[in-house]
Design a protein around this ligand. Sequence first.
Ligand SMILES: Nc1ncnc2c1ncn2[C@@H]1O[C@H](COP(=O)(O)OP(=O)(O)OP(=O)(O)O)[C@@H](O)[C@H]1O
Ligand SMILES: [Zn+2]
Length: 623
Amino acid sequence: MARQSNIVRIVGNDSYEKLRSTKCLLVGAGGIGSELLKDLILMEFGEIHIVDLDTIDLSNLNRQFLFRQRDIKQPKSTTAVKAVQHFNNSKLVPYQGNIMDSTQFPLHWFGQFDVIFNALDNLAARRYVNKMSQFLSTPLLESGTAGFDGYIQPIIPGKTECFDCTKKETPKTFPVCTIRSTPSQPIHCIVWAKNFLFNQLFNAETNPNLNEEDEEENKDWGTTDLDEINRIRQETNELQELQNIVVSQQENRIHEIIEKLFVHDINKLLLIENLWKTRTEPTPLDITNIQNVSDEPSKKLNLSEIWTINDQVQQLVHVTKKLMKRMPKEQNHIEFDKDDQDTLEFVATTANIRSHIFNIPIKSVFDIKQIAGNIIPAIATTNAIVAGLSSLISLRVLNLLKYAPIKSPTDLNMAFTAKASNLSTNRYLSNPKLAPSSCNCPVCSKVVRGVVSVSSTKYASLTLQNLVDLIKDKYEYTDEISVLDTKNQRLLADFDFDDLLNKTLNDINLTDGTVIMFTDEDEDENGLCHKPLELYLDITETLPTGLDIRLPELEIPLVKAITSEEATAEEEEELSVEKNLTEENIIVLDEEEPSTKKRKIELEDEQAAKKTKSEVEDVIELD
Ligand SMILES: Nc1ncnc2c1ncn2[C@@H]1O[C@H](COP(=O)(O)OP(=O)(O)OP(=O)(O)O)[C@@H](O)[C@H]1O
Ligand SMILES: [Zn+2]
């Protein structure tokens, strides 16, 4: 009761009623998410739905205060809800799942919320939720922290900057040849051990066997040089042999793996004279290091100390045996996890042996854990400050604060810690006003977005022509309209292509979640045409009875038509960015996607996902 009267004192009776009927979505129940859940409950939001894909890990307990030791391996979302039940006056709905899974969380599911809070730790999911909020015009409170830094950005779709309006820091990348042939820093050897070697040996799905002809043909080798392709092919086949040793648990052949990686492969590299003209040559591992490995159980080594090479090799043999034994129990697929001691020690010892060979300083296991796990220490206080501000700002976003009403969304403020905002004056927090959408943002400015909802019964018979007619009618387009499936840039119709118009949406694979783009190809006498329109296809059972299709109420402004030269210039610019990325043949720290149970580091965006296999990337992300 005391809590309620305090809130009423701040927001007033009417706003309190509104607060009680507000439904919010909280994405992420980690560091910021745990804090936010507590804050939203204390503020007495009516309904809070919490999504998190992960389970609780020991390393979360220092700051994710809703979790205890006994909760390890339990889903974060349900555990968080259980932990707050005793002081909770809100309806809480937990989900374990990836927010980007449109089967579990279709767009109309997002549509039930009045406001969304992001408490995520990766760009891909942040971008995805930002896009959903734009389609639905649902306000989003975006937030993140890294160490002592943090930010909160309220996003009012159509009115203020979206998450993608400003360019995000580019991920750390390394050229493939540095990683594979000429490492010069500890990080290069760690990336090699973690992203390349570990995956090849302990993930039997990363099957380097290329006997399949199709695969062979479609393979992007990253080069057209036949000798180079043959060398990579041979290396890949040899790796397959090493993987076979691991999968068939031939412990007595572990020394062969070590010899191949640290003696034979290095000798082969030494033959490429060009590489060593300006660099110090590597020295293959002394074979006696391998022969000296004893069968004794390994001695207790201090994880914060730097081990001798003998100890590195001894420990590598020991931990490889342990991982081999785990393979059948884990369906021949073990993933690197900084908190899994076996995987960490494998990566640490192989990285260190490689460093030793290339005259690079060796690191302790503890140091390698920090680097391989991309750990920027998470500070509980920063999370608490950011979550507190995010929940407070949400009151202004929902216009519930009687003493600070908002007249225009750009009256709202973001909040940054001093360092994150580069305003390192004598203030810890800065709170600039929100900017309007950037006119170049591909997510919120270049197109108008909305949702077309189609009842599942109508969907079966709806043709593309039917849909185009409805769009033309509703938004006053002329006949010259082109239609594109944005997922694969497939042209569906334009003034001289009408083959698909009489097919049903289902026939041409326009399924739930497809984003269809309609472009006005006809400019008026003033050289103006409609801004392109992107509609999210939402097949739903929840339309009001009697309604089969619902088109969004949107104003589609007339804009200056892009001339064909401008369009070509734009395309060329995009292509050249893509080309540069491919040509550099970049390798980055991690290619793991969050669709599986664990996610550590993410692909930066879909474009990166399309890069060749060898071009994985590293993203050090904000929590
Ligand atoms: N696509 C996604 N769908 C749902 N939840 C996600 C998604 N991506 C990340 N998350 C969740 O967002 C939360 C972010 O929290 P936080 O930054 O504290 O990370 P953490 O994994 O708990 O900690 P750390 O990465 O430091 O070990 C995590 O609980 C994570 O599982
Ligand atoms: Zn934007």
